[in-house]
Write a protein that binds this ligand. Structure first.
Ligand code: 9MG
Length: 284
């Protein structure tokens, strides 16, 4: 399975890691050189640790987060994307805004990570007019309110059907299937029970046959299971990544690149991809 992302061809025969860089005030952003250099240093560290893709985001999508205006988001992400893309890094832009997608693609981004799955007017056309890959994520509701009362009749079936519809909309708009990635959106309008059902039955989503991306890193569901604060969720995150990988996840979006790459390498050495066992998970 090869993912085409601009000039990059990413071999997903074994799962790979997408490290993320939040250029937001609570992380690297200070509006000046210091923040810029620190963000670049962190991205380069993640690449050295084995990340295949760097996801750059300038607006938080955490529950209850406040929106950021377009000009500010552009100021945060474009200079970082330009520098990393010039260095040959496969850069993804994490944004919900079509204008930010367009500017990021012009700056060299090779992938768009959209928690709204390109549903904003104009978004799908912008990606279709480029050679970039896209990650289509499922979210119920809006970041500001999505965790207040999430509800589904059958979470796995509903998420799967949504992702199938959005992938088909992309294909209809001219985005080739080998540029499409799908993601169930852990924590985006989901209770712990919903998240666990999705993780348990992730093979259903992998069965769509698009590369499956999963973001579980240090999320609230791991805090709910372990009782640990976000800073102490590394072991839980690595365990969750392995549970996802064994069920067919091909791209793992994480904070902790080195630990995740090592865990995947050990697992892959024991149970090389694609194994008969994993194909069975997906076909179930
Ligand atoms: C931006 N963002 C936060 N969590 C995410 C997840 O699980 N997947 C994707 N694609 N993006 C996410």
């Amino acid at each position: 399975m090869i993912l085409k992302a601009g000039p990059h061809e990413i071999d997903l025969a074994a799962p790979c890691v997408k490290g993320f860089l939040n250029v937001t005030p609570d992380s690297f952003y200070d509006g000046g050189r210091v923040g810029h250099e620190a963000a670049l240093a962190h991205a380069r560290r993640m690449i050295a640790d084995g990340a295949r893709i760097i996801d750059v985001g300038g607006e938080s999508t955490r529950p209850e987060s406040e929106p950021v205006d377009e000009a500010e988001e552009l100021r945060r992400v474009v200079p970082i994307i330009e520098t990393l893309a010039r260095d040959g890094v496969c850069v993804s832009v994490d944004t919900m805004k079509p204008a930010v997608m367009r500017a990021a693609l012009d700056a060299g981004a090779a992938m768009v990570n959209d928690v709204r799955a390109l549903q904003a007017p104009g978004a799908i056309e912008i990606v279709a007019a480029s050679a970039a890959a896209v990650c289509l994520m499922h979210m119920q509701g809006e970041p500001a309110t999505m965790q207040r009362a999430p509800a589904y009749a059958n979470v796995v079936a509903e998420v799967r059907a949504f992702l199938a519809r959005r992938a088909q909309a992309c294909i209809d708009a001219g985005i080739a299937a080998d540029r499409i990635v799908v993601d169930p959106g852990f924590g985006f309008g989901k209770t712990l029970a919903h998240n666990l059902a999705l993780l348990r039955d992730l093979g259903e989503i992998a069965g769509l046959r698009y590369p499956l991306l999963v973001g579980l890193s240090r999320k609230g569901m791991l805090g709910a299971i372990t009782g640990r604060h976000v800073g102490d969720r590394l072991a839980g995150s690595v365990a969750a990544v392995l549970a996802a990988a064994v069920r067919g996840a091909r791209i793992l979006r994480v904070h902790d690149v080195a630990a995740t790459v090592d865990a995947l390498a050990v697992w892959n050495a024991v149970d090389p991809w694609p194994s008969q066992r994993r194909e069975r998970w997906i076909d179930q």
